[in-house]
Design a protein around this ligand. Structure first.
Ligand SMILES: Cc1cc2nc3c(=O)[nH]c(=O)nc-3n(C[C@H](O)[C@H](O)[C@H](O)COP(=O)(O)OP(=O)(O)OC[C@H]3O[C@@H](n4cnc5c(N)ncnc54)[C@H](O)[C@@H]3O)c2cc1C
Length: 439
C-alpha cells in the first residue's frame, strides 16, 4: 500500500512553515543573497536575524527534521520531511533556519553513525545545534566522479596521521569549523578499501585554501566563491581523528550521499513550484497581440507540460521517501538515483520556461529565476554526475532480467503464435465454429 497521506496535526505544522518561510525567511534571501551567507557564522547581523528564527522553528518541533529523536530531531520520517522540504526549497536560507542545510546534514549523519563518543561531543553536537558549519573534502582537481583517481594521501607517523595532497570544490571550507577529509591510507588495497576519512579542525596548521572558486550562480561573487581549492601540506592530526576504521572512507562517504540527494530533490519540488506559480501569474498578466499570454496555445503547453513534469517528479520523490520510511536500509537506492537524475532536468526545464515567459526581465537579477536556472548544472554534478546515477538505475533494473534463451527475443511472435495455436487447438481446429485464424 502506497501511503503519502498527512495527518491534520502535521498539516498544521506545514501551514505554519509555509507562512513563516514566506514572511520571515524569504527576506533573508534578499538581504544576504550570496552563496556563502547562510554558512558565514561571523556575519553578526545575519546571525542576529537568524537565531530568533531558529528558536521559533525549535518551538514548533520542526528543527533538524531529517534526524531521529536520538540525535535531537523529531524523527518524522522522509515522507513528512518531503512535504516540509518542498516549503523550504522556496528559499535559499530556509534550510539553515530549519537546521537541514547541506552539507552539514550529511556530515552530521556520518558523525552520528561512525563517530566515537568523544568525536560526537566535540564536532557533532555543535553542528546539530547550528553553532558551527562543516565541510566534506573529497573531490580532487584531477578526478571527482571516480574515487579511484584520488591521490591525496595520509600516512601514519608515530601517534599522528599526516595528510598531504589537494582537494577541489570543498564547499564552505572558508566558514567551516572542521573538515572531513578523505585520503588514501593504503594505495595497495582494493579500490573501495584504499581510503579513510579524517576529522580535521579548520585551525590545524598546513591547511591552505588556494582559492575559493565561485560556481555559475555565484557569478556576482567572482572575487570569492564558496568552493575551496585546498592544499593540505603535511597536515598532522592525532590517530583518533579518523572517522570509522582504516579503509572505511568509501563506505562512510556513501552513507552521507543518499540522504543528501533525496533532500535536494525534495527542495527542488518547492523551487519548481515557486517558478511555476510565477509562470502562471505572468501568463495571466502580460498582454501581447490582443490577448493575455495565457490565451496563446504555446503558452498553455508550457504551463501544462511544466505541471505534468512537476507532478511526476513530486510523486517520484514521495515514492522514494515512502520506500526509505517503510523498507530496509538500501531498498530505495534505485529510486534515489532516479530522483537525482530527474532533479536537475526538471529544475532546468521548468525554470527555463518560467524565464522565457518573463521575457528579458526573466533573465535579469531583478527576479530570482535566472539564479535558480544557473543552479541546474550544479544539481547535475554535486553528489555525482547524472550519467553515473543513470548507470546505477540501469544496473539495478537489469538485475531483474536474464538473457533470451535462444537466438530470438522471448517476445518473438512466430514461436508464440505456434504456442497459441497449440493452446487453443481444440477450438481453432473445430470446423463447426465460424471465424478465421491467420495461417
Ligand atoms: C555545487 C557543487 C558543490 C560541490 N560540493 C562538493 C563538496 O562539498 N565536497 C566535495 O568533495 N565535492 C563537491 N563537489 C564536487 C562534486 O562531487 C563533483 O563535481 C562530482 O563528483 C563530479 O566530479 P568532477 O567535477 O571532477 O567531474 P568529472 O568526474 O570530471 O566528470 C565530468 C563529466 O564526465 C562525465 N562522466 C564522469 N563519470 C562518468 C561515468 N562513469 N559515465 C559516464 N560519464 C561520466 C559526466 O558527463 C560528468 O559530468 C561539488 C560540486 C558542485 C557542482
Amino acid at each position: 500500500m502506497l501511503d503519502y497521506s498527512i495527518e491534520p496535526e502535521f498539516q498544521a505544522k506545514l501551514d505554519w512553515a509555509t507562512e513563516f518561510v514566506r514572511t520571515e525567511v524569504e527576506p533573508l534571501d534578499l538581504l544576504f543573497p550570496h552563496g556563502g551567507d547562510p554558512y558565514d557564522t561571523r556575519n553578526e547581523k545575519a546571525r542576529a536575524i537568524l537565531k530568533p528564527l531558529q528558536d521559533k522553528v525549535r518551538e514548533q518541533g520542526l528543527w533538524a527534521c531529517h534526524l531521529g529523536p536520538e540525535l535531537g530531531g523529531p524523527g518524522y520520517g522522509q515522507v513528512k520531511l518531503a512535504y516540509l522540504n518542498e516549503i523550504l526549497g522556496r528559499s535559499y536560507w530556509a534550510p539553515t533556519v530549519f537546521g537541514t542545510a547541506a552539507p552539514d546534514t550529511g556530515n552530521a549523519e556520518i558523525l552520528a553513525m561512525f563517530g566515537t563518543t568523544e568525536q560526537q561531543a566535540l564536532f557533532l553536537q555543535p553542528l546539530l545545534d547550528g553553532e558551527i558549519v562543516s565541510t566534506f573534502s573529497m573531490t580532487e582537481p584531477q578526478g571527482g566522479a571516480d574515487p579511484k583517481e584520488f591521490v591525496c594521501r595520509a600516512r601514519q607517523d608515530g601517534d599522528e596521521w599526516v595528510i598531504d595532497g589537494e582537494k577541489w570544490f570543498s564547499s564552505n571550507a572558508r566558514y567551516a569549523a572542521f573538515l572531513l577529509v578523505m585520503a588514501v591510507t593504503d594505495a595497495e588495497a582494493a579500490p573501495h578499501r584504499r581510503m579513510s576519512i579524517f576529522i580535521v579542525p579548520a585551525e590545524t596548521p598546513g591547511i591552505e585554501i588556494k582559492r575559493n572558486v565561485g560556481a555559475m550562480d555565484e557569478r556576482d561573487e567572482l572575487e570569492e566563491g564558496i568552493h575551496a581549492y585546498i592544499r593540505y601540506h603535511e597536515v598532522r592530526v592525532p590517530l583518533d581523528a579518523m572517522l570509522g576504521g582504516p579503509g572505511d572512507g568509501f563506505k562512510v562517504a556513501q552513507a552521507r550521499l543518499g540522504g543528501g540527494r533525496i533532500h535536494h530533490a525534495m527542495r527542488t519540488v518547492g523551487k519548481c513550484t515557486r517558478a511555476f506559480d510565477m509562470m502562471c501569474e505572468r501568463a495571466l498578466s502580460r498582454h501581447t497581440q490582443g490577448t493575455v499570454l495565457a490565451e496563446k496555445q504555446a503558452v498553455q503547453q508550457f504551463i501544462a507540460d511544466s505541471w505534468i513534469e512537476l507532478q511526476q517528479f513530486r510523486l517520484l520523490v514521495l515514492n522514494a521517501a515512502w520506500i526509505i520510511d517503510t523498507q530496509p536500509h538500501g531498498a530505495a537506492r534505485t529510486q534515489i538515483a532516479m530522483c537525482k537524475v530527474a532533479t536537475a532536468k526538471v529544475l532546468h526545464d521548468i525554470i527555463q520556461r518560467a524565464v522565457h515567459l518573463h521575457g528579458s526581465l526573466g533573465t535579469t537579477n531583478e527576479l530570482p529565476l535566472a539564479k535558480w536556472w544557473m543552479a541546474a548544472p550544479n544539481l547535475a554534478l554535486a553528489d555525482g554526475p547524472t550519467e553515473v546515477h543513470r548507470t546505477t538505475v540501469a544496473k539495478q533494473l537489469l538485475k531483474k532480467y536474464k538473457p533470451a534463451d535462444g537466438l530470438f527475443p522471448s517476445e518473438h511472435i512466430p514461436p508464440k503464435l505456434e504456442a497459441a495455436r497449440k493452446r487453443y487447438a481444440h477450438i481453432i481446429n473445430d470446423d463447426s465454429l465460424a471465424g478465421g485464424v491467420n495461417a
